[in-house]
Design a protein around this ligand. Structure first.
Ligand code: KG4
Ligand code: ZN
Length: 366
């Protein structure tokens, strides 16, 4: 089965073509255009600009994905599209384009929840050529923490993206239970907001991570909100406020960027976010006695988080736990993960029945 998927939930315009043969899901082409550079001028995403860029990029990106796969539309079995959650203007571009293509090419349309899509990046079998084709910065660690087998059920999912930080128990394809999530900011949002306080460009996660490499993660004492709470929820907005207060205090003496306090602060922020995530992940593993963990979302591209996850699971008494994390180019938004999820999702009764839903959640198990 061959699926062409479209992803336009935020500031990435993506199209990918994947093939499933028995259990093997492989990438035939994977194209991502991003308006992040444009958005970085404004310190965050302006929804109208993101939607406008989606309109400009969607057709060239789909054409490029088809060309790279060396397939023609007749060879596709279905089209999949992210139907939510996300920015309504951006989502509409993908959803309406997908509907038109389905009608013109006579294909079924498979709607995919973006959040579920992130997890399904873990079901893609990565080939070395996939990694080589991605941008150089991502090459370094991209095969690390990526198990060679595929996840099976039950498995515990940790989603860490720009808009979501959630723990989900997957019982089977399409059957999952929401265990907890952030009560305020998401982990990626916290990285982005702290980066903005530090005058770093959007998206802030990779920027903080770059400076954090040269810093001491224990240099500053920052809060780990909800650390001792018995639930499986996260909270990151208090951390952002603490960082804001700390920056004001530190800047009274000398500009932050001129000394290694800057790197120390980045490392301390990164570690505080990672500690909060690991704390609740560990609680969930103990509570549900789970042996397989799937991690997903843009923040999962963070090298220190990947290292800390490896170390923390290696230290745990349950040595049999397997950790699955996609290579970094499949952690941030892409359409390959949407195609992967689509192989396990029912098509809509009619392409015209699909509507973009900006507030689609994980509690709506399909
Ligand atoms: O999954 P994603 O691409 O989009 C959403 O669905 O939200 O995640 C984007 C988020 C941004 O907040 C970005 O700062 C963060 O992922 N991110 C990172 C890294 N790469 C992307 N955070 C920390 N370290 C990274 N290397
Ligand atoms: Zn995403």
């Amino acid at each position: 089965m061959i699926i062409l998927a479209i992803e336009t939930s935020c500031d990435e315009t993506a199209c990918a073509i994947l093939q499933k043969r028995e259990d093997r899901i492989t990438i035939l082409s994977n194209v991502v255009a991003s308006s992040a550079d444009l958005q970085s001028k404004y310190g965050g995403i302006i929804p109208e600009y993101a939607a406008r860029e989606q309109i400009k990029s969607i057709i060239p990106v789909i054409k490029e994905a088809l060309e790279k796969s060396q397939l023609n539309p007749d060879q596709l079995d279905a089209i999949a599209v992210t139907c939510g959650p996300g920015l309504i203007g951006s989502l509409l571009v993908g959803v309406e384009t997908a509907k038109v293509l389905c009608l013109v090419w006579s294909k079924p349309l498979i709607p995919v929840n973006h959040l579920i899509g992130h997890f399904y990046a873990n079901w893609i079998q990565i080939q070395r050529s996939d990694v080589k084709n991605q941008i150089s910065e991502e090459k370094t660690n991209s095969l690390k923490s990526t198990a060679t087998s595929l996840p099976s059920f039950p498995c515990l999912g940790l989603l860490v993206s720009g808009g979501h930080s959630d723990l989900v128990l997957f019982k089977n394809h399409g059957k999952y239970e929401y265990l907890g999530g952030t009560r305020d900011d998401a982990a990626g949002e916290c990285f982005d907001k702290c980066a903005r306080l530090l005058n770093l460009a959007y998206p802030g996660g990779p920027q903080i991570s770059k400076f954090a490499k040269h810093g001491d993660p224990k240099a500053f004492k920052l809060p780990r909100p909800l650390h001792d709470s018995n639930d499986l929820d996260f909270s990151f907005s208090g951390l952002k406020t603490a960082v804001s207060t700390l920056i004001s205090d530190l800047s009274k003496n000398s500009p932050l960027s001129t000394n290694n306090q800057f790197a120390n602060l980045c490392a301390s922020i990164e570690q505080a976010i990672i500690d909060s995530l690991l704390n609740k992940l560990t609680r969930a593993i103990q509570k549900y006695q789970i042996e397989q963990i799937i991690v997903a979302g843009g923040v999962a591209a963070n090298n220190r988080l990947r290292d800390c996850l490896d170390q923390s699971l290696a230290r745990s008494s349950r040595a049999e736990i397997r950790l699955y994390i996609p290579p970094p180019f499949l952690c941030t938004d892409n359409a390959a993960m949407i195609a992967s999820a689509a192989f396990f999702t029912k098509p809509a009764p009619s392409p015209l029945a699909i509507q973009a839903n900006p507030s689609l959640s994980l509690s709506q198990s399909d």
